[in-house]
Design a protein. Structure first.
Length: 199
């Protein structure tokens, strides 16, 4: 190991390209030096090459880094509380969650819609839900009917971003978000198929 640490960075990269993405993840957590190298932008090619060696594993959607994508696909840690041994992955929401965090972090439309349907807050909530990943889920408290669920973090982040924009920039932001959602759904479906067939 001591001799390896003394090698030029270019040789490090050539060795790293031969590893599985999950091995790269574990290596990045081994010490601060490996983490600094593997989490740098210059190492993005290393992660892409490692991923390309795995047949049918799709690349990450826009806005998701290669390390974050590898973490979602192969690590078994809850993204919110760090509980280990978690198999549940929500590909659309880009998170792996334990049961407790699923209840706390994946919320329904009832949590954000005010009672007054004519209020500005109601209109804003409707607009934000149009801009984030959502899906329909059966209501727990009823035998029939569905409601919209989504990631709390997505709602809050997109809401803050939308409200911070000047009026003349909001339309282009909406268009970018719609394009992002289309790409996310496509990649999420591909990753779901990969996980079911290979893990």
């Amino acid at each position: 190991m001591k001799n390896f640490m003394n090698l030029p960075l270019e040789l490090w990269f050539e060795v790293f390209k031969l590893l599985h993405p999950f091995d790269l993840l574990r290596l990045s957590r081994a010490n601060s030096q490996f983490r600094s190298v593997l989490m740098s932008r210059s190492s993005e090619i290393v992660w892409r090459v490692a991923r390309s060696d795995i047949p049918k594993l799709p690349g990450p959607p826009p806005g998701v880094s290669e390390p974050a994508w590898a973490n979602l696909a192969f690590d078994s840690t809850c993204h919110f509380c760090s509980k280990t041994g978690i198999r549940r992955i929500d590909f659309l929401f880009r998170v792996r969650t334990c049961s407790a965090c699923t209840k706390n972090e994946i919320i329904s439309d009832a949590a954000v819609f005010p009672k007054n349907e004519n209020s500005k807050e109601y209109f804003l909530a409707s607009r934000i839900l149009f801009l984030i990943p959502t899906k329909m889920k059966k209501r727990r408290e009823r035998t029939t009917g569905e409601h919209t669920v989504f990631l709390r973090r997505d709602f809050e982040q997109v809401k803050d971003c939308y409200l911070s924009l000047p009026e003349d920039e909001k339309e282009s932001y909406i268009q970018r978000r719609c394009s992002y959602l289309q790409a996310l759904k496509k990649v999420g479906l591909s990753l779901s198929v990969f996980i079911l067939l290979h893990l």
